[in-house]
Write a protein that binds this ligand. Structure first.
Ligand SMILES: Nc1ncnc2c1ncn2[C@@H]1O[C@H](COP(=O)(O)OP(=O)(O)OP(=O)(O)O)[C@@H](O)[C@H]1O
Length: 228
């Protein structure tokens, strides 16, 4: 069966103009297959986060073309992009950004309540399924601030999965975790890619994490220097 393409970046160039004109990304071209687990690596300042924010449609100030799931995102309005992100992309950041005064369950449900396409009961059911997948079903009713750092990062993953995104993007998703929790998060990503065909794109400084993913794209000075 022919592999389906999840995302294609074509001829992406990006400049910053402060404090002076500086090209941060230079002619970036690559595709990611559905169900592929891709790591984006490179030294600090090589442009990884800048690229991820373009791939996630949050940054629209670039030259080139971005296509996700056969839809050309470049040129769409901010409202269209926000709706697209909500439906298709799940984000995991280095810092989890959970709402500390809300329960774990409420944190996980929130992006689906915002989307508004399912009933509250359906969303709650899905949130419990996700928490179970992440080994957190017993923590659902606790305040998120009462959990350990590793648990909170897993809650953030459960939240990122609530709208069943076809792509999960992480900016240093294990950057704040010890090796045990890093392994747990890695294994979850691996499972989501293999069993559910979800595509993973993770910026990481962790060499083992990158090496064990399906493919590594390495940046240096805003250019792709390897994509194997
Ligand atoms: N808003 C901005 N204005 C000007 N320059 C910026 C801006 N954001 C990032 N840069 C510069 O662009 C370059 C790439 O930054 P970016 O954060 O993408 O790198 P990175 O590879 O993700 O680094 P790190 O691993 O440290 O997070 C750096 O030189 C950075 O200083």
């Amino acid at each position: 069966m022919e592999d389906k393409i999840a995302l294609t970046a074509t001829g992406i160039n990006k400049y910053f103009y402060q404090p002076e004109r500086f090209q941060v990304l230079v002619d970036i071209n690559f595709s990611v297959k559905r169900g592929e687990f891709l790591s984006l690596t490179g030294k600090s300042g090589s442009g990884k986060s800048t690229l991820l924010y373009i791939l996630s449609t949050m940054d629209t100030d670039y030259d080139g073309k971005l296509t996700i799931n056969d839809e050309v995102l470049t040129g769409q309005s901010q409202n269209q992009l926000a709706a697209f992100r909500n439906a298709h992309i799940g984000f995991v950041f280095q810092f989890h950004y959970l709402l500390p005064e809300f329960s774990v369950l409420d944190n996980v449900m929130l992006p689906a309540l915002k989307l508004g396409s399912k009933s509250k009961a359906e969303i709650e059911e899905k949130a419990y399924q996700n928490l179970k997948l992440l080994g957190l079903q017993d923590q659902a009713l606790k305040l998120s601030s009462k959990l350990s750092g590793g648990q909170q990062q897993r809650v953030a993953i459960a939240r990122a999965l609530i709208n069943e995104p076809s792509i999960i993007m992480g900016d240093e998703p294990t950057g704040n975790l010890d090796s045990k929790n890093t392994q747990i998060v890695f294994d979850i990503f691996r499972q989501l890619a293999a069993e559910r065909g979800q595509t993973i794109i993770a910026v990481t400084h962790d060499e083992d994490f990158a090496k064990n993913s399906d493919r590594v794209i390495e940046l240096a000075d805003g250019r792709i220097i390897s994509k194997n």
